[in-house]
Design a protein around this ligand. Structure first.
Ligand SMILES: O=P([O-])([O-])O[C@@H]1[C@H](O)[C@H](O)[C@@H](O)[C@H](O)[C@H]1O
Ligand SMILES: [Mg+2]
Length: 315
């Protein structure tokens, strides 16, 4: 049977490549930077230009499709995932890298129908690596199949993570407390490419055993989530169940602070130790909205294991 979404996927690959060319050209010029949620949450005209270019091109070809794009949402559009075919776009994942010419910058395009990701395309454009995954058909980098690491000992692992763009002391404290515990497991190392999408592709490639991050958006992970699972990885929450990080706030499993004052970061970190027999990890914590009382903010925590298992271990 013909693949209903193959032509959309082909289009995504072509437009991601074209977007990558635009980004590479823009790197040769001055990059005018403005900020969004905080002084370190950066955006450039290239982010906006590339997103418009992708959306325009998809609209011409697939007029009934919908969009969730990082810069459109920043400009006030809703971020609602319905059952309709929806393109979930991060035009430049790794904007801070782009601003500083740090060499990991990706175009991330996920495509969801009936709230399920059908394909994911991550183009790491400065490395010229095109990561692709079609649901049920595997994950690839420049056409070569990907397979997650088969390392099963957390002490032999490299963990990818990011520090995010909040400089709120409580958030920073959570990040460091989590990091300290992970380092002291001990693990071989901790790395971060500066783009969530590339970090997930590094999990899919087996270059790192796991990736976790506190504070992430659907456009950062929609494409990467399928690339990870199609490469044999698993997205899990702290209960060991499959998580769907592209559905924001749909599976809350923890609170920022529970009644005893422990927070999900330390709870999640404890899980790392517990699951070390089967290895690791992606945690996703939806960003804490500005002005929201974090004591009441519901968070979602996800865990990626490199090996796909039907029955996830009980934590
Ligand atoms: O803003 P952006 O460069 O598209 O995306 C960011 C990057 O993926 C970064 O690595 C991650 O730490 C942030 O959480 C993301 O928001
Ligand atoms: Mg991003």
């Amino acid at each position: 049977m013909a693949d209903l979404w193959q032509s959309a996927m082909d289009h995504a690959v072509a437009i991601a490549r074209k977007a990558g060319e635009t980004i590479r050209e823009a790197l040769l010029n001055d990059r005018k930077v403005t900020t969004k949620s905080s002084s370190v949450d950066l955006v450039t005209q290239t982010d906006q230009k590339v997103e418009k270019m992708i959306i325009q091109s998809v609209k011409e070809r697939f007029p009934a499709h919908r969009f969730i794009g990082e810069e459109s949402v920043a400009a006030g559009e809703a971020s609602n995932l319905t059952t309709a075919p929806t393109w979930i776009i991060d035009p430049i994942d790794g904007t801070t890298n782009f601003v500083h010419a740090f060499p990991f910058v990706a175009v991330s395009i996920g495509f969801a129908v009936n709230s399920q990701v059908e394909f994911g395309v991550v183009y790491s454009c400065l490395e010229d690596k095109m990561y692709t995954a079609r649901r049920g058909k595997g994950a690839f980098c420049n056409g070569e199949p990907l397979q997650v690491s088969d390392q099963t000992d957390v002490k032999q692992s490299i963990i990818a993570t990011e520090f995010g763009s909040s400089r709120d002391p409580e958030v920073v404290e959570n990040i460091f407390s989590s990091l300290r515990k992970i380092l002291c497991i001990p693990v071989h190392g901790v790395r971060g490419a500066g783009t969530a999408a590339v970090n997930m592709c590094l999990v899919a490639s087996g270059s790192v055993e796991a990736y976790y991050e506190i504070g992430i958006h659907v456009w950062d992970v929609a494409a990467g989530s399928l690339i990870v699972t199609e490469a044999g990885g698993v997205l899990m929450d702290v209960e060991g169940k499959n998580a769907k990080p592209w559905l924001p706030n749909t599976r809350p499993v923890g609170r920022n602070r529970d009644a005893t004052g422990s927070n999900p970061v330390s709870q999640a970190t404890k899980q790392i130790v517990k699951i070390s027999k089967t290895t690791l990890i992606v945690f996703f914590f939806p960003r804490i909205a500005k002005g929201v009382d974090t004591t009441e903010t519901v968070h979602e925590i996800s865990v990626t294991l490199p090996r796909k298992t039907e029955n996830h271990p009980e934590f």
